[in-house]
Design a protein around this ligand. Structure first.
Ligand code: AMP
Ligand code: MG
Length: 385
């Protein structure tokens, strides 16, 4: 299992919890009023209006010494403990207090507007289990039980190795037939977003010996190795060959998807460790898509969390769309339309090298492999990025 470290609570966002978080007391620790109003005995509110004797008031953080007997009420604020004897709170909107009495215009059921002590959790209950990826709501829960620090798993180290003779670094001016290496940057950003720590290696040329040397460097440095480019059928696509030369075991070579068809996944043993790797396609859109589809769940698993599932949401197709059957498509698309009428529109693109189109998209439109024509207005599946 992964090593752990302790982090201050605010820094735990996005990390994977390595210990259970338990309730240090009952939640709520006292019967809590959920309204501003008057604490009463529900049975007293018949007939209406009912006139009750006002005993005093209790605010959040305070307490009322004494108890509410039949015919009595205590003014109460949201978050304050309901006094003994009272069993419900009447909202302030339905009361008319004077100096010594309060007139109540509406009845309440016993328990109304009161959360009983221990209703949310009991002291000692496990509130968060190890393996939880921490969100803001879980930060709030940890704060509620007084955890200024949490034990989390160390981040997965993910080596990023781009391949291709045509690539130059972003600080360089490319020659007329060269391009800047974008995959190392998009992959590193996706690794960060997935909760990992990227280790960016220098670009590997399309030459097996140099490529092999850099693969070794990646395997030494990381828990997971991501390569981009060189996995298609071209003459200079040497990645699978180089990995095979190192004794790699392949789990799959290719997937029936578009973009991203050439993606490969496997593992290599090195220095008595087994390191998983992905050979991702070189095309800049394909590499991002295959990361979302395949790499993120593996980073979760390495990080000690259950692999996140892709969740589809439904949206209406803005315009009819024609495609070919045979592959599941994850097309760059734009989801808009707001809360109650989500509408999705394909971003026009020049294929899986079109970064300009990809940068306009906020989701994938998922098209099943047996579909050729999607009519306007059809409810389709969209995966948010
Ligand atoms: P490959 O899979 O190596 O055949 O590459 C497919 C396409 O993606 C080619 O047009 C490459 O120039 C391009 N490409 C490959 N690697 C990168 C990279 N790191 N950054 C930007 N484009 C790339
Ligand atoms: Mg290449």
């Amino acid at each position: 299992m992964r090593g752990t470290e302790h982090v201050a609570l605010p820094s735990a966002l996005g990390r994977v919890l390595a210990e259970p978080v338990t309730a240090d007391r009952d939640f709520p620790p006292f019967p809590r009023s959920t309204r501003d109003g008057h604490a009463v005995r529900a049975a007293d509110l018949q007939p209406l209006p009912a006139k009750l004797r006002l005993l005093g008031q209790v605010k959040a953080g305070g307490t009322f010494n004494g108890s509410v007997n039949s015919g009595e009420a205590v003014e109460i604020m949201t978050g304050a403990p309901v006094p003994a004897g009272a069993d419900a709170v009447v909202m302030i909107e339905y009361t008319s207090p004077s100096a010594s009495h309060v007139e109540i215009q509406r009845g309440v059921k016993p328990g109304e507007n009161v959360v009983p002590s221990g209703a949310e959790a009991h002291a000692g209950d496990v509130l968060l289990v190890a393996g939880t990826r921490i969100t803001p709501a879980q930060i709030a829960l940890a704060a509620a039980v007084g955890r200024a620090e949490l034990a989390v798993y160390r981040k997965a180290r993910v080596a990023v190795l781009a391949t291709g003779d045509e690539l130059v670094d972003i600080s360089e001016v490319p020659g007329p037939h060269q391009i800047r290496n974008t995959n190392s940057y998009s992959l590193s950003a996706q690794v960060v977003q997935a909760g990992g720590e990227p280790v960016q290696l220098p670009v590997a040329p399309d030459e097996e010996r140099k490529l092999t040397t850099l693969i070794h460097a990646g395997l030494n440095a990381a828990d997971l190795l991501l390569l981009s480019g060189g996995v298609s059928m071209g003459k200079f696509d040497l990645v699978e060959q180089a990995l095979s030369g190192l004794g790699a075991q392949f789990f799959f070579t290719g997937a029936l998807i578009q973009p991203g068809r050439p993606v490969v996944f496997g593992e290599i043993r090195k220095n008595s460790r087994t390191i998983p790797f992905f050979g991702l396609p070189g095309n800049p859109v394909s590499v991002m898509t295959t990361f979302d589809l395949f790499v993120r769940p593996v980073i979760d698993a390495i990080s000690g969390a259950p692999p996140r599932q892709m969740l589809g949401v439904c949206a209406r197709m803005k315009q009819a769309f024609k495609t070919k059957t045979g592959l599941t498509r994850f097309l760059p698309a734009m989801l808009a339309g707001g809360l109650y009428d989500p509408v999705v529109e394909i971003v026009p693109w020049q294929g899986s090298g079109d970064l300009v189109a990809a940068a306009k998209a906020n989701c994938y439109l998922v098209v099943a492999p047996d579909r050729e024509l999607i009519p306007e207005g059809e409810l389709v599946t969209v995966v948010l990025r």
